[in-house]
Design a protein around this ligand. Sequence first.
Ligand code: NAD
Length: 520
Amino acid sequence: ATPAFKRALSTSRPALYAAAQASIPRTKLFINGEFIDSKTDKWIELRNPATQEIVTLVPEATPEELKYAADNSAEAFKTWRKTSILHRQRKMLDLQLLIRDNMDRIAHSITLEQGKTLADARGDVLRGLQVVEAACAVPHMIMGDTLEVATDMDTYTIREPLGVVAGITPFNFPAMIPLWMFPLANVIGNTCILKPSEKDPGATMILAELAQKAGIPAGVLNVVHGARDTVNFICDNEHIKAISFVGSDQAGQYIHERGSRNGKRVQANLGAKNHGIIMPDANKNHTLNQLTGAAFGAAGQRCMALSTVVFVGESKKWLPELVERAKKLKVSSGFEADADLGPLISPESLQRVERLIESGVKEGASLILDGRGLTVQKYEKGNFIGPSILTDVKTDMECYREEIFGPVLVCLNAETLDDAIDIINKNPYGNGTAIFTQSGATARKFANEVDAGQVGINVPIPVPLPMFSFTGSRGSIRGDVNFYGKSGISFYTSTKTVTALWRHEDADAHVSAVNMPTMK
Ligand code: NAD
């Protein structure tokens, strides 16, 4: 924040406050190939979560601006869909190169706005880049089927783009999740409107700039900002044929319902409570190292964080060693080279996580590591909390039922593998899960019987690479078509089936067929 802004905050004089606001950088809209200033009077303050300094003001786009974006996307679709698949593939090849060259710049924006460590932010970009690289292979993946179904008659399928599609993304992966959406949508021939999280749109704005540099034409990718009104516009607008959403249950269920009611295709990935089962025969060091990284990395703000662990039998004796590992993690600004985890996204989020820890204690769990009340040198105002571990947790406790989304590991005990699987399958969520064991038979039984989208065997965060799809089950998903991979291509296309008869001489020229054909 500028000195003027700091003064204004301390005096709270309206005129000074207005002047200070005027000096803060404002995030732009990206419509029709141009970065434009919003004319809105509603601005959302985006603060660096490690310092509380204002980074930018994010506009809530006006209804006119939203309409302009949607009309422009519809117009751009008319020409973009007629370009050749190899032309669009070339644009993606150029885009992936630009993303690679700009990885550090995007990562810097993520750490500034979202808080995660620079190393983790690079991983955020890399996992998205891999989806762009896979999108370059779309000419092979989009091919239809063909069969000669009778003499001189062929049936073939064509996968066609839908038109304008939209993406609504969460704060926790500001590069990866937009990259799950627009590259695949665009390479297929759709135009796309993105609405990044209002908490960290910076990475998306850089991606829009890179798409422009890669020669992706005006209107093929538009970026709008805002909160609920912008989302409502996307759910209702006539041009938008499909919505990809990733985020919380509350928003996702609402968007899925409202978008579907308006006849749109909606894919929605929602919240999670990912369980890891630790069998007594697991490789102890590997398991504890993996568990520590997966529970506390990114300050637990990952949809695939391994936030809940079920110790089977004697494996619970490893808890003190887990605590030792967790204690060694350094909490600081994501820009500090030795930081293992950064701050939470907002003071409200910090309060919520602290409240959920407290509820666990009140309901009878043991808090064997308490990361609350942490003050980080140089970053005293940051939204920091250290790794925390609750043990003897029961399934009716609030800390078990809620997705905490902080660096808090919730530990349960079970006597047998069957009991542990039963706990997981009774949880309403089904995003990811993992087992640690050295027994192939145990792992196989687990993979067969557990009900979750992503299953890891000695792998704590089994996010599938983009030749597969990111799957989900039960409360973690709405809609039945997954992100990226073959499923992603299905989502962004509709299939047309053509049956054609081409014959030089027509032997049946004088006979009209009035009955359904039967086998001869
Ligand atoms: P969020 O739902 O608050 O925000 C996601 C998007 O929805 C944002 O663009 C936001 O502007 C919009 N939004 C928020 N509230 C809304 C409302 N009431 N009505 C309409 N739109 C609304 O989610 P978040 O806090 O940014 O992200 C964290 C959540 O995302 C966690 O629950 C996490 O598990 C989930 N997530 C899931 C996956 C997955 O693949 N399953 C991946 C990443 C994150």
